[in-house]
Design a protein around this ligand. Structure first.
Ligand SMILES: Cc1cc2nc3c(=O)[nH]c(=O)nc-3n(C[C@H](O)[C@H](O)[C@H](O)COP(=O)(O)OP(=O)(O)OC[C@H]3O[C@@H](n4cnc5c(N)ncnc54)[C@H](O)[C@@H]3O)c2cc1C
Ligand code: FES
Ligand code: FES
Length: 1196
């Protein structure tokens, strides 16, 4: 064994080019290497832990045994570069580029509207591309499997799936329908967004390039030669702190394991890598058995299968699939059970990386496979330098007991999985572009990875990096900060604290850097500036902070009420006489329900790049924000300089959903203080875990209700009280509670209604704006008591909803007049489209025949009020220049968050100036071009900025009109040039002052909202009463979008919001310790919807438009409203649980907290097994009002 101090050369290929790394560091991962070393920023960072798929790339290798080339997708964030010896890596840049040729996958995902913010798109492209490299004609199942590890927070997935499906010869390229009918068929029943002015074709299939495999990179012949070389040479790579050793033979491996018993054997690195990244586990030596042939062998005898420990879980799945096909069913019970779990274990990328041996040895408590291997009487074949041994895979092994475990010097060679002996249990039965679906302006660039997000910007000269040090105490005095050890570490430049802020350190209520005290776990105490992020982060852990705890620590809403800890005064609305009405009703119910918070989980984490200039204290801020003007303001105040020195640039934002409204300003100011002190550009990109810890999310809500109603289901009186958990600073909490009250009635006319609400101040990170802004929480409580009234009256819930719905022109609870005609139309259309009654009947029949599985169906109406409570919030400005070559530059005050605002603004300019869209360019948004902008939020930004762009264009057309009249047959270029020679200005600003809006909280009345969006959704689900899992069978949505400027964009908004709502109500659960420490800090612990969570059938229709004269071109803002429609899935689950409870003779008046997680569903289907868990007290606990223990975990 040669063991020189010098590293061997690491040789691999990236996008067809050879990379020779002379000093590879085993601690460096491929994602970092691609982005920062090779300057290939198309591959994105979303979580750093293999959980989001944003960093997906393809790896190709020659198989040891078959000698065939294997292509597989991986998450680059978990691939150590040292593991790449002899591999070929393909990134999104290698697939295609706008500079050369875009690949059909990139083209179709873009033109098929599969991209909104575009941050997930390169990863999606790579997953589909890899699938196509392996299977030119893949099935839908293969496609869904390939995309299962890629998260998208914007689109709702359907257009991405459809883009992938378009490669299948049987595909009908359908954009709107998952049943296989074609979107281009205008007669399609459930697509009704037509009018003469609205185009229904979302793309032209004929435009697509065919897939041509001859255009792909071939596997480099040099790597084939390397793979054919005998596997004996030991490879050694010495890094800054760690040495990587890759032996070529088994005996070398066993000797090394003897010498370094503590060294991990890194295979997929999906366990070791996570521990190194997130738990600071350090390994001085890492052994890589990737080249040991014995670990990759498979033998199949009549007793069973022996599978090499080095094979990936994806390979194991293929092997088992093959064996199951060949063996009689009764012998394959274990294999089939493994296969079932292998299909849903993590995403495809992780299954491609993770090895069977790594899975077994890491013995994760969450392991899907180990319990089955244990039950299946498997045996582990292990080896050490002393010989081989067989270890039974049993409870003792799983418990890690010494006598049943591998010794440190042993290596797992293979696993024997015997054929099953038992019989099989019987299964339970089973031109003018307006109105056209124009592709997202950046769609192609998203798909090629060439769209530049904040952290994709090249390094500035002498740039430094920032890492945060956050409070570990929920409420404490800051006694001291000792940075001496951190300052002594390599690369560290400075440690920044509150004392370094030259201007205002935020406000009294919300500090930039903690000052004297901390008020939540996760508050920024100080930051470390260093020459690399790694150095900054390492040093941040060495800063010692001394605290003195302060009482009380308030975490939940109940704590806050007890301590009278509130943000702002109570808000109240009332009409009718509630007390009197309660005297005259047949029945009264009282109850409470808890609604959990939600993490924004935008795919691009909070990002800011601050570049100080030499002169006049000017500073450029490149930031991912919804509110550039607020960022500019916070930075100016922090530095104590006028706003006119600060220019905030926002090119695009990788998803925001309200989470980038206020927080980026604070983070930009934190970074600006560091830039000001050091004089260097500062790059400040939050890691996912820090982002989730620091930034807060949607407000949890506790709703209490008292409802008076007649026996026929007519509700006469309601007295409602809301408390939301605002966290430790005011942020937007007062506005959120106001919105929750203003919108709480949803679609219902309650004659006597009183509602009070208050935001609680707690020691959690401050909650903030989130799509829907209080409505998804408040209206959920309303739908809960609607359901409860129906149960008490023994009526179907839809009957009670229909009975209480607004039907004629009326006034809202805040006394604003409105016409509910479209609400009723949406409801009726949704009933019809979903064949509601037929399917309810079918579900009931199913439920009669099945005890452990139940189906539920629910239809929910929606009245969503669009907008802000003040006129000035609606103002918008734009700037339009026409250049002398005829090209046009548009700038406006809205930010491109993925919602397609820039595409719509180009459509507006094209329509007004009567020129093709190709003449028009929209660069970045910045605070120099358009000052004093209003945040891009509240679903109105395209409306109001569209009016400003329209105004500017109309001014310009007014100036050009005399010239056009004189030369009507001239070209656009002729007219522009003539205007220039006549000294007519070709630049104009446009302005929209805003809609009239006011609210008088004293009187409880106001005309606030310019218009309403109506809708309805019907969902059907199937629950498994034994596991609590549920399947989304079908959802039908009908929305009143009026005239859509861009139907593709608007449908994308509805589906994306619905999917985010589905996550909110059924999957996403934040968990805190009783001290307010957030446990759920990444996609592994916090589940946002993945491709497998969307309904098997999803139908979205827009009502046939009627005029909405108030908004531009009669359109409607649809960004937020769809979120609430996700609640239809929740109430369908509640319906299914109710069916189970009815069959078990339990109380029908039962309430379920949100989200309806598998745990809650399981426990609500009370039976002998739940009794075992909770004892006899359980049933009463869960059938009573839901004050379950989760409330505390959710900080609610
Ligand atoms: C995003 C994500 C999602 C996941 N989802 C799921 C899920 O849904 N269900 C589930 O069950 N699991 C899940 N996992 C866990 C995953 O299955 C394991 O991390 C994986 O199987 C470990 O295999 P590996 O090859 O990557 O192990 P490595 O990280 O390479 O190694 C893990 C450990 O095994 C040891 N080891 C490896 N090979 C050998 C050998 N031959 N002999 C002796 N010791 C060895 C190493 O020394 C190390 O201690 C997920 C992981 C991630 C990152
Ligand atoms: S960044 Fe790699 S999977 Fe999320
Ligand atoms: S488009 Fe998928 S995350 Fe934004």
């Amino acid at each position: 064994m040669s063991h020189s101090k010098e590293s061997d050369e690491l040789v691999f290929f990236v996008n067809g080019r050879k990379v020779i790394e002379k000093n590879p560091d085993p601690e460096v991962n491929l994602l970092f290497y691609l982005r920062k070393k090779l300057r290939l920023p198309g591959t994105k960072y979303g979580c750093g832990g293999g959980g989001c798929g944003a960093c997906t790339v393809m790896i190709s290798r020659q198989d040891f045994i078959t000698k065939k080339i294997r292509h597989f997708s991986v998450t680059a964030c978990l691939v150590p570069i040292c593991s790449l010896y002899g591999a070929a890596v393909t990134t999104v840049e290698g697939v295609g580029s706008i500079k050369t040729r875009i690949h059909p996958v990139q083209e179709r995902i873009a033109k098929g509207h599969g991209t909104q913010c575009g941050f997930c798109t390169p990863g999606m492209v790579m997953s589909i591309y890899t699938l196509l490299r392996n299977h030119r004609e893949s099935s839908t199942e293969q496609l869904m499997e390939a995309l299962g590890g890629n998260l998208c927070r914007c689109t709702g997935y359907r257009p991405i799936v459809e883009s992938g499906k378009s490669f299948s010869p049987s595909s009908s390229c359908c954009q709107m329908n998952r049943e296989g009918k074609c979107c281009l068929d205008q007669k399609e029943k459930n697509i009704t967004f037509f009018s003469l002015k609205v185009c229904t074709k979302l793309y032209e299939k004929e435009e697509f390039q065919p897939l041509d495999p001859t255009q792909e990179f071939i596997f480099p012949p040099e790597l084939m030669r390397m793979a054919d070389e005998p596997q004996k040479q030991i490879l050694i790579f010495h890094g800054e702190r760690t040495t990587w050793i890759s032996p070529g033979t088994l005996s070398e491996l066993l000797s090394l394991k003897m010498k370094y018993p503590k060294a991990p054997l890194v295979m997929g690195n999906t366990c070791v890598g996570l521990e190194m990244t997130f738990k600071d586990v350090f390994h001085p030596v890492i052994l890589s058995p990737a080249r040991i042939l014995e670990l990759f062998m498979v033998t199949n005898t009549k007793e069973g299968l022996t599978i090499g420990a080095g094979l990936s879980l994806a390979q194991v799945k293929d092997i088992l699939t093959d064996v199951v096909r060949k063996l009689p069913e009764e012998k394959t019970q274990t294999y089939r059970a493994l296969l079932k779990h292998l299909r849903s274990l993590a995403g495809q990328q992780i299954r491609n990386m993770a090895s069977l041996g790594g899975h077994i040895i890491s013995r994760l408590s969450t392991s899907d496979l180990n319990p089955i291997l244990g039950v299946g009487n498997c045996v582990l074949n292990v080896a050490s330098i002393e010989g081989t041994q067989q270890i039974p895979f049993n409870d003792h092994f799983l418990a890690g007991m010494t006598d049943a475990n591998l010794k440190p010097e042993q290596v797992l060679l293979s696993v024997f999985i015997p054929v099953s002996k038992e019989s099989v249990a019987p299964q339970q039965p089973p031109h003018d572009p307006v109105g056209r679906p124009i592709m997202h302006q950046s769609g192609i660039k998203h798909a090629t990875g060439e769209a530049v997000f904040c952290d994709d910007m090249p390094a500035f000269s002498e740039e430094l990096f920032l890492a945060v040090v956050t409070s570990t105490r929920p409420h404490a005095k800051l006694i001291s900060i000792d940075a001496s050890e951190a300052l002594g570490l390599p690369g560290v430049v400075d440690v920044i604290t509150a004392q370094d802020v030259p201007g205002d350190n935020g406000s009294q209520e919300e500090r930039l850097y903690a000052q004297d005290k901390v008020v939540c776990v996760g508050q920024i105490v100080c930051t470390v500036v260093a020459d690399s992020y790694t150095h900054a982060k390492q040093a941040s852990k060495k800063v010692k902070i001394e605290y003195q705890d302060v009482e009380p620590v308030i975490v939940s809403i109940q704590d806050a009420i007890k301590h009278k800890s509130f943000i702002g005064p109570e808000k109240k609305l009332e009409h009718g006489n509630t007390e009197e009405a309660f005297q005259c009703v047949d029945q009264i119910i009282e109850g409470e329900v808890h609604f959990g918070g939600q993490e924004h989980f935008y795919m691009e984490t909070q990002s800011v790049l601050v570049v100080p200039k030499v002169e006049d204290k000017e500073m450029d801020i490149y930031v991912s924000t919804q509110d550039a003007a607020f960022t500019q303001e916070m930075v100016a105040y922090a530095l104590g300089i006028p706003k006119n020195r600060i220019n905030c640039h926002v090119k695009r934002v990788g998803g925001a959903f309200g989470g980038k409204l206020t927080k980026p300003a604070l983070l930009a100011a934190v970074a600006a203080v560091a830039a000001n002190k050091t004089g260097h550009p500062i790059r400040f990109i939050l890691e996912r875990a820090d982002d989730m810890l620091i930034t807060g999310g949607r407000h949890p809500l506790l709703g209490k209700y008292k409802i008076g109603f007649m026996n026929n289901g007519k509700i006469e009186a309601a007295d409602i009280e809301y408390h939301i958990n605002g966290g430790c600073t005011p942020d937007e909490s007062e506005l959120v509670i106001e919105y929750a009250l203003l919108k709480l009635e949803n679609a219902y006319k309650i004659p006597h209604l009183r509602v009070r609400g208050r935001a609680c101040k707690t020691n959690l990170p401050s909650n903030t704006a989130f799509r829907g802004f209080g409505f998804p929480q408040g209206a959920f409580v309303t739908e809960t008591w609607m359901t409860a009234v129906a149960a008490k009256c023994h009526l179907p819930p839809e009957k009670v909803r229909e009975l209480n719905m607004y039907k004629t022109i009326d006034r809202t609870i805040h006394k604003q007049e409105f016409d509910p005609k479209n609400l009723v139309r949406c409801w009726e259309k949704c009933m019809e489209n979903s064949s509601y009654y037929l399917r309810r009947q079918a579900a009931e029949e199913f439920n009669q025949q099945n005890y452990w599985k139940k189906r539920g169906i629910a239809i929910i109406p929606m009245k969503f009020s669009v907008g802000y409570p003040k006129t000035f919030y609606y103002q918008a400005a734009a700037l339009v220049h026409i250049y002398t070559d005829g090209s046009v530059l548009v700038a406006h005050g809205g930010v491109e968050l993925g919602q397609g605002i820039n595409t719509k603004m180009i459509q507006v300019a094209s329509h007004e100036l009567k020129i093709p869209m190709s003449y028009i360019h929209l660069g970045e948004m910045n605070t120099v071009t358009v000052p004093n902008t209003i945040a891009t939020a509240a679903s109105t930004s395209a409306d109001v900025n569209g009016k400003a762009v329209q105004n500017a264009c109309q001014t310009l057309m007014g100036r050009l009109e005399p010239i056009i009249r004189q030369n009507p047959h001239g070209s656009w270029e002729d007219w522009v040039n003539e205007a220039f020679t006549q000294s007519i200005s070709l630049s104009a600003t446009g302005y929209f002052r805003g809609y009239d809006a006011h609210m008088d909280w004293e009187k409880g009345e106001g005309d606030i909202f310019p218009y309403f969006v109506f809708g309805a959704a019907c969902s059907e689900v199937e629950i498994d009463c034994l596991t609590g899992a549920h399947k989304n069978i079908r959802t039908d949505i009908v929305m009143d979008g009026s005239f859509s400027i861009n139907p593709a964009v608007d449908i994308g908004q509805i589906e994306g919001a619905f999917t985010q709502g589905l996550g909110l109500y059924t999957l996403e659960e934040l968990k805190y310790s009783p001290e307010g420490v957030l446990y759920t800090r990444g996609p592994k612990q916090y589940k946002i919807p993945s491709i497998t969570d969307i309904p098997e059938e999803l139908h979205v229709s827009l009502l046939t438009p009627i005029q909405n004269p108030i908004a531009i071109y009669s359109s409607k803002g649809l960004g937020e409203s769809g979120m609430f429609l996700g609640s239809a899935v929740f109430f369908a689950i509640a319906d299914a649980v109710a069916a189970a409870r009815k069959q078990r003779g339990l109380d029908p008046s039962w309430t379920m907290n949100s989200p309806a997680t598998p745990e809650r569903i399981r426990m609500a289907c009370v039976d002998q097994f739940t009794d075992l868990v909770c004892g006899s007290s359980f049933q009463s606990k869960f059938s009573a009002v839901p004050n379950d223990a989760q409330c505390l975990e959710q900080g609610g």
